[in-house]
Design a protein around this ligand. Structure first.
Ligand SMILES: Nc1ncnc2c1ncn2[C@@H]1O[C@H](COP(=O)(O)OP(=O)(O)OP(=O)(O)O)[C@@H](O)[C@H]1O
Ligand SMILES: [Mg+2]
Length: 381
């Protein structure tokens, strides 16, 4: 059992508030991912949870018990950093067992725990090696192994994969997701990587400037971002935005003016009225080339990725990214017309808040575990 509650957490660094009242509930065995721009406070929040940084005000509770005054070693947590320093003169086994040795755990028990962790991480054949004789991914696994042997109730990972090359990141991402299932542990994970956040998280916490902008499942943040910041932050390439004038609005929809004619977006239009300027948001993958489409643009750049092609379009002051089929035959400087399904569009008021979609997307409430084949073995635990 390991739950975590943050209650109105504040962090002040010499008069500058960098965490501005964060509330968060992490359930037992949940995989929670923190994302947000550089400097928004992700590492500070992790370090406060770990007890490496004091808390200016608010309460941190683990399993319902306040831990603000409890030292890092006694919180039952283990943290894996981006820059994991392994001891170069020690073998993999000694590196992994080091914290147990410090805690005066008897040798036989130490070895048993290290072997169990090595089995999970597939490090058994490497236990006698020194770190310099390991690949980057293997070293990363040793760093994770060091955390596992401590049998923490909560794992904290601060960008653990950012030093690895792309292929290794994919491999480690899958291994970490499997590890989460095997250990049945609560995990909190910081990343800049959209794919890691979307694929690993039960719940994503989007932070900006020390404030939580939204907490939700990956699909919820993708389909129902609550404001323009979250809409622009989640998803790659980024959502397109266009300022448009409202023609009319009621509880069932908002009619907005587009260059090629008006368009009715099925969102609750309470609070907006004709003449207001709102922001229309459409994801690049939800735009489609269409010779009769209401929008036009000239192709500036073409990025062919094989399976899909990104077109960077310009029309007057507005810029668009459109993700098209891989085999699209257009060339740079071509003029194209394009369209979108209004049900997939988003509208944001002048203060950046999203108008609510009339229907919740059907995938939003599906548990992440239902998407994974390995959940079939979940009953063996
Ligand atoms: N010890 C400190 N003293 C003063 N300011 C600090 C200290 N540590 C962090 N900060 C400031 O707090 C803010 C949040 O930093 P933090 O490291 O938590 O950001 P982050 O979200 O982890 O960023 P990144 O994605 O770049 O790792 C930054 O503006 C940073 O400069
Ligand atoms: Mg950081």
């Amino acid at each position: 059992m390991a739950t975590l509650h943050l209650n109105n957490i504040v962090k002040d660094f010499g008069g500058t508030q960098v965490i501005k009242g964060v509330d968060l509930e992490v359930k037992d065995r949940e995989f929670v991912v923190f994302v947000g721009p550089s400097g928004c406070g992700k590492s500070t929040l992790m370090r406060m949870i770990a007890g490496l940084e004091s808390t200016t005000s608010g309460e941190i509770a683990i399993d319902g018990e306040r831990v603000n005054e409890v030292g890092p070693a006694d919180r039952g947590l283990a943290m894996v950093f981006q820059s994991y320093a392994l001891y170069p003169h020690m073998s993999v086994e000694d590196n992994m067992g080091f914290s147990l040795r410090l805690a005066k755990v008897p040798k036989a028990e130490r070895r048993e725990k290290v072997l169990a962790a090595a089995r999970i991480l597939q490090l058994e054949p490497l236990l006698d090696r020194k770190p310099k004789a390991l690949s980057g991914g293997q070293r990363q696994r040793v760093a994770i192994g060091r955390a596992i042997v401590r049998n923490p109730s909560i794992f904290l990972f601060d960008e653990p994969l950012s030093n690895l090359d792309a292929a290794l990141r994919v491999q480690m991402r899958i291994e970490l997701a499997q590890l989460h299932e095997e250990l049945d542990a609560t995990m909190i994970y910081v990343t800049h990587d959209q794919i890691e956040a979307m694929t690993m998280a039960d719940k994503i916490v989007v932070l900006q400037d020390g404030v939580v902008e939204q907490i939700g499942s990956p699909m919820e943040l993708y389909h129902h971002p609550r404001n323009r910041f979250v809409a622009g932050f989640i998803g790659s390439p980024k959502m397109n935005f266009l300022e448009v004038e409202v023609r009319g609005a009621d509880a069932e929809g908002v009619e907005v003016a587009l260059p090629g004619g008006d368009c009715r977006v099925p969102v609750a239009g309470d609070g907006v009225s004709a003449g207001d300027v709102v922001t229309l948001g459409i994801r690049p993958e939800h735009l489609a080339l269409d010779e009769q489409g209401p929008l036009t643009g000239q192709i500036q750049v073409i990025e062919r990725l094989g399976g899909v092609t990104s077109l960077y379009l310009e029309h007057g002051d507005s810029e668009w990214i459109l993700v098209a089929d891989g085999d699209v035959a257009h060339r740079v400087r071509d003029h194209v017309r394009f369209t979108f399904d209004p049900a997939r569009a988003h509208l944001f008021t002048a203060d950046g808040l999203a108008l609510a979609h009339l229907e919740r997307h059907p995938l939003v409430d599906i548990d992440r575990k239902e998407n994974r084949a390995s959940s079939a073995s979940g009953g063996q635990r």
